[in-house]
Write a protein that binds this ligand. Sequence first.
Ligand code: GDP
Ligand code: MG
Length: 445
Amino acid sequence: MDTIYALSSGALPAGVGIVRISGPDAGMALRALAGGLPEARRAVVRALVDPESRDVIDVGLVLWMPGPGTFTGEDTVELQCHGSRAVIARLIESLAQWPGLRMAEPGEFARRAFLNGRLDLTEAEGLADLVAAETEAQRRQALRQARGAMAERLLAWRETLLGCVAEVEAQLDFSDEGDVGSELEVASRLRGVLLEVRELLSGARLAERVRDGFVVVLVGAPNAGKSTLLNAFARRDVAIVSAEPGTTRDLVSVPLELSSYAVTLIDTAGLRETVSTVEAEGVRRARVAAEEADLVLELVPAGQSALAADAPATSGGPDRWVIETKVDLVEGGDLQGAGRHRVSAVTGVGLRELELALGEWLARQGVGGSAGTVGAVAANARQREGLLRLAERLESVLKRGQPRGVDELLGEELRACLRAIGRVTGEVDPESVLGAIFGRFCIGK
Ligand SMILES: Nc1nc2c(ncn2[C@@H]2O[C@H](COP(=O)(O)OP(=O)(O)O)[C@@H](O)[C@H]2O)c(=O)[nH]1
Ligand SMILES: [Mg+2]
């Protein structure tokens, strides 16, 4: 196994640059650079000396963390130096001289952590999300995931299923006829797991939105003021605004943070019949975007009627609000109603209120689902699909119809469920099935 090293801190120059070394030769490298191994897990100041030229490269903080109780599970060294390009370049250069040491590939530390069983795939994914997190909600969700909220659930399900397998195997070994009692007991435990899997899946869409951003789409007739509103929210001129109808033809999206949630606000081409093929494509894209959105804001110039203002929200479709625009052009006007807002991009009237309402809407999405709770979430498509497959497997075991007693087939189906879990955690491990079976027997049996 190679020993790997990399700059683990951010772009240089920086106050401090942290070089991490992991692998069997990490201790040897530290001994050569710092003149000896310091006490484990204690930060000490050391001069780092190039072993070839005896040049002092820098003076920095040194950490020696012998495995396996480290992030990667391997012997690990951290060198906290001055974060200049020259210091880090020289340090990396002298590490490169060693045979057996090489620069780490992207994600290789985490990969080793996974291979050494320090974290499962969902935790590794949580870690990646945590590093990428930009909003509070993303941070909270990713941290839960990285700390093993999902991994714990998977582990618990696995334990339950392994218990069921052991039960089935024992019955098969010791009786000739299938035991209906055992089968019913197994089924009831599986139902418990299935309920939990379904519960997790029900929060999956929301969890993905927290991670990737909620999608809010602006629609309405040409010239309704969509691009103007997008620019007002973005606080810069992203989309072209013009009195000429049909100006916006493609989707224009801006990332926003509202109420600590990531939001993608999308401006679209005005919905109208058109002879221009380009604009028609824009209108088609607008319709698709609106269908896939979490929230559709339909913009209607004050005094005009909405395209679909009174159309009942189709169940399962996105929420839909009507936004009256250009209210500076009319006298008085209706009072603001539920899900109805009045704004003017010229005077700024109603913009703050609309932003607050959006923030509240986002917060409500979070409270209704698992993003507001402390539970595990299926935060990405891989996890969601893995759970879907697991749910299908569990359903198919439970659909055996009449209890016919424990049989070989039941054992097989349970193993398929375990493999579905193993695919989510990243370890499909038949050895552990045996371990659970034998572990339940007394010595000598
Ligand atoms: N008086 C007034 N004019 C506006 C307002 N919002 C947009 N407009 C004007 O309406 C025209 C169309 O705006 P635009 O944002 O391009 O509409 P879109 O086609 O829906 O994207 C432009 O001339 C804007 O300056 C508003 O709140 N008040
Ligand atoms: Mg526009």
